[in-house]
Design a protein around this ligand. Structure first.
Ligand code: PRT
Ligand code: ZN
Length: 288
């Protein structure tokens, strides 16, 4: 463990989580280089080092305190059972760990897996799933290319990560059970030094600010003054919307923040209240 106050953040060096991880750290205000083959990059503007490593090693690095923070898929975390703090789901790297069988195979329920061979790179998670359902099956550990195991008659079924489903389709397999859903998650070490605590709290607040911002849109529009009374209903629970007088005394400009999922309802309501010139913009950071 580092004794000085420098924070270490471990992210995947090269793979599906790399881009999202770098983008998140940059949005959090960390300024660092991402040269290929680089294992380590100091931040120019903060006492932080970014470590680029294999995703499988991230839970252990963080559990051992070699890194203070890490970004990893929850699938890897579940499999490793490493002792880390799960700080924040990050809304990228979505996939599910699923059991699949050859397309033509009939399927009458999970009991059919009894006595079957299931190939996977996630033996611990799969065994837990089977045990909880009282299914006794043989789990075959494969490091990669799990999807070809049924065709090679190495296994009757597979348990692998699925995102678009095209790998399964190409191998004439279909999902019969979802074992776990996964996404990238920010994790933290359970042990830290007091000298790092303030910076770690600051980083978590920044990460939350970036995540929160992605869920919201900023809407600006002009509306007849008599409709202003109804505008507050558009954003229940929030502080009053920002209202700016215009040179035309019959109108006012309004700025509100709404969640992505309510956006279209709110935009339609604004129109029905006589709102015009509606400008929608993404929010870069949102700190409540
Ligand atoms: O070298 P390193 O060990 O760091 O990388 P890796 O090859 O182990 O990992 P990588 O980059 O493939 O995946 C890193 C993480 O991305 C995983 O741990 C998951 O959290 C997440 N993720 C999201 C995925 C997928 N989607 C995914 N589809 N990881 C792997 N896949 C593979 C899957 O194993 C299968 O081979 O993609 C194939 C299926 O994809 P679809 O789109 O055809 O369904
Ligand atoms: Zn890996």
């Amino acid at each position: 463990m580092q004794s000085n106050g420098t924070i270490r953040i471990a992210i995947q060096k090269s793979g599906r989580l790399s881009e999202g991880s770098v983008a998140l750290l940059q949005s959090m205000g960390l300024s660092f280089e991402t040269y290929q083959n680089r294992l380590f990059a100091p931040c120019r503007n903060l006492p932080i080092d970014v470590l680029f490593i294999r995703d499988d090693d991230i839970p252990e690095y963080v559990a051992d305190g070699v890194a203070d923070l890490g970004i990893v898929g929850s699938n890897v975390l579940d499999e490793r059972g490493a002792k880390v703090r799960r700080l924040l789901p990050l809304d990228f790297g979505f996939c599910s760990l699923s059991i699949a069988v050859p397309e033509q195979k009939e399927w009458r329920g999970i009991a059919e897996l009894t006595g079957k061979r299931i190939a996977t790179s996630y033996p611990a998670t799969l065994r837990r799933f089977l045990t909880e359902r009282g299914v006794r099956a043989e789990v075959i550990m494969l490091k990669g290319c799990v999807e070809i195991a049924p065709a090679l008659r190495v296994a009757d079924a597979i348990c692998d990560l699925v995102s678009s489903g095209s790998t399964l389709r190409m191998n004439r397999l279909r999902v019969i059970e979802t074992v776990a859903k996964s996404q990238a998650i920010l994790i933290g070490s359970t042990t830290t030094t007091p000298v790092k605590t303030a910076m770690l709290e600051k980083l978590l607040l920044r990460a939350e600010g970036v995540q929160e911002a992605r869920k919201y849109k900023c809407i600006m529009f002009n509306v007849p003054k008599e409709s202003l009374i109804s505008i507050g209903d558009l954003v229940p629970g929030s502080r009053s919307p920002m209202v700016i007088p215009l040179s035309d005394p019959a109108f006012a400009a309004v700025q509100i923040v709404v969640s992505e999922e309510r956006f279209w309802d709110v935009a339609e309501r604004i129109r029905s209240l006589g709102g015009r010139d509606i400008i929608v913009s993404p929010i870069e950071k949102f700190i409540r």
